[in-house]
Design a protein around this ligand. Structure first.
Ligand code: GLA
Length: 497
């Protein structure tokens, strides 16, 4: 009897554990409308989830963007990540309680209910874009654009006052004087359209023209952001069906640079429409008569490097968003290697903005970041707080000799050759000299050797500079070697006789 009782106890315990840890299903289509945007509109977020045991996968949609997500359910509890980012923090964590998902989504408390037809995003008509045609070059960006952009550090927390103080700091820190000219307001500045359809800024930007005047008074230029779709990535009104009107508005404000981000355009257009849709805004910008740099942002879809210049693009993103971590930075630069033949004066491949100074890479890694962007003639758009830069960050962003590699008028985008964990990037420069960067991808220091025969110089080596050590170095018997720290770089500029 006793034995039976004991046996039942153990079995019952196992049964109870099995029942309580059994994943409840959160599969389905869920909606939450908790987030209010800075323009007063309420944003709907839809979660489309499928579940297999305790594994869950699906998509998160706002009107602005869609992302694949993946996670687990244990009992009533779920933890969901951006797909492929399970090593990072979950974006959605919570519990299934009384038929609702009670959770934190990107840190905000939400309650999601089963979606009803009223939660769905409006279906907008497909408006066939104009046919592609030849357009003249706008003549801008003869060297890769340089400046600052609000997104990497501030994301949605950017406002007029912050931009003004950043413009002040661009001057006082010396950034402007070494070439960082554009002060670019990224997403979340948008308000709503007035009765004539003119897009207004939201309360964070009380007077965009006055802001442009202020930025111009500092010898700087102002950049702004929109999307060809109905909504920007962050869910704000964008330029769909208002392209010409928005271009005129931006020009009237005194805007000098437009980043045009695909995002919700995928709700309305097909990927085949990328070129004509980007050309539509390119034409609208040209029609304003104002010189406005045109930055395409569609993450490299449809081999943008092959046609970006034909639709008036001065630069185009080649990858997804950079993060302030080594793996992300290196991945972005590697992904854009095949685009190298298409870079040149007036039209540049953009592996995304700089993370230098944002705190999650080492100084060696940030020097590598800056060197690789310079060697690949990438736009240099700082993404840190210029007002509070450390001396180390300054010494990286303001290194004139490294900037000169990026801004070289020949405009060649270097590609790497690999030997073990060392990657060598060679960039021929307009004056016949050559920049050579050796990056150490390993987690231990390594010995880099640069030999004369590997450098495309017209004659023998006359002299060489180590651009980070800021000193001359000597090649002995046609070779130079140095120890490169883990994730560090040796960056030389080598001159011939
Ligand atoms: C996309 C872009 C980013 C940034 C955000 C703004 O993710 O790739 O660079 O502009 O949108 O919402």
């Amino acid at each position: 009897m006793k034995r039976t009782h004991l046996q039942c106890g153990l079995l019952c315990f196992i049964a109870v554990v099995a029942v309580t840890s059994h994943a409840q299903t959160i599969a389905g289509r869920w909606a939450t409308t908790v987030k209010t945007l800075d323009n007063g509109e309420v944003q709907t977020t839809l979660l489309e989830l499928k579940q297999d045991g305790n594994e869950v996968a699906g998509t998160i949609h706002t009107w602005g963007f869609s992302n694949r997500i993946k996670g687990t359910v244990t009992g009533t509890h779920f933890e969901i990540f951006n797909a492929g980012e399970q090593h990072r923090r979950p974006i959605l964590v919570g519990d299934l309680i009384n038929g609702e998902l009670r959770a934190k989504l990107w840190g905000d408390r939400i309650i999601a209910h089963p979606a009803t037809p009223g939660d769905e995003f409006p279906a907008l008509p497909y408006i066939p874009p104009p046919t592609l045609h030849q357009v003249p070059s706008n003549g801008l960006a003869q060297t890769p654009p340089m400046g600052w952009n609000s997104w990497n550090l501030f994301a949605g927390r950017i406002d007029d006052q912050t931009v003004r103080t950043m413009a002040d700091a661009m001057v006082s820190s010396g950034m402007r004087d070494v070439g960082y000219i554009y002060v670019n307001v990224d997403d979340t500045w948008e308000g709503v359209r007035d009765t004539q359809g003119n897009l207004q800024p939201n309360h964070k930007f009380p007077n965009m023209k006055a802001l442009a005047d202020y930025v111009h008074s500092k010898g700087l230029k102002l950049g702004i952001y929109s999307s060809p779709g109905p909504r920007t990535c962050a869910g704000y009104p964008a330029s769909y069906t208002h392209e010409a009107q928005d271009a005129q508005t931006f020009a009237a404000w005194g805007v000098d640079y437009l980043k045009y981000d695909w995002c919700s355009a995928s709700h309305v257009y097909k990927n085949d429409d990328l070129q004509p849709i980007y050309q539509l805004m390119g034409d609208a910008l040209r029609a304003t008569g104002r010189p406005i740099i045109y930055s395409l942002c569609e993450y490299g879809t449809g081999s943008v490097e092959k046609w970006g210049a034909d639709v008036s693009g001065n630069l185009w993103r080649t990858t997804g968003d950079i993060r302030d971590e080594w793996a992300s930075m290196i991945d972005n630069i590697h992904r854009q290697v095949p685009t190298a033949p298409y870079a040149g004066p007036g039209h540049w491949n953009d592996p995304d903005m700089l993370e230098i100074g944002n705190g999650h890479m080492t100084a060696d890694e940030y020097r590598t970041h800056m060197s690789l962007w310079a060697l690949t003639a990438a736009p240099l758009l700082a993404g840190n707080d210029i007002r509070t830069m450390t001396d180390e960050t300054k010494s990286i962003l303001l290194n004139k000799e490294v900037i000169a590699i990026d801004q070289d008028p020949l405009g060649k985008q270097s590609s790497p050759t690999k030997s073990g964990d060392l990657e060598t990037w060679v960039k021929p420069l307009a004056d016949g000299s050559v920049a050579v960067g050796v990056v150490n991808l390993s987690s231990a220091p390594a010995q880099a050797v640069v030999t004369e025969k590997d450098i495309p110089l017209a004659g023998h080596i006359h002299s060489a500079r180590d651009l980070w050590a800021r000193k001359s170095v000597r090649f002995i018997h046609g070779s130079y070697s140095a120890t490169v720290p883990s994730h560090g770089v040796l960056l030389l500029r080598i001159y011939s006789k």
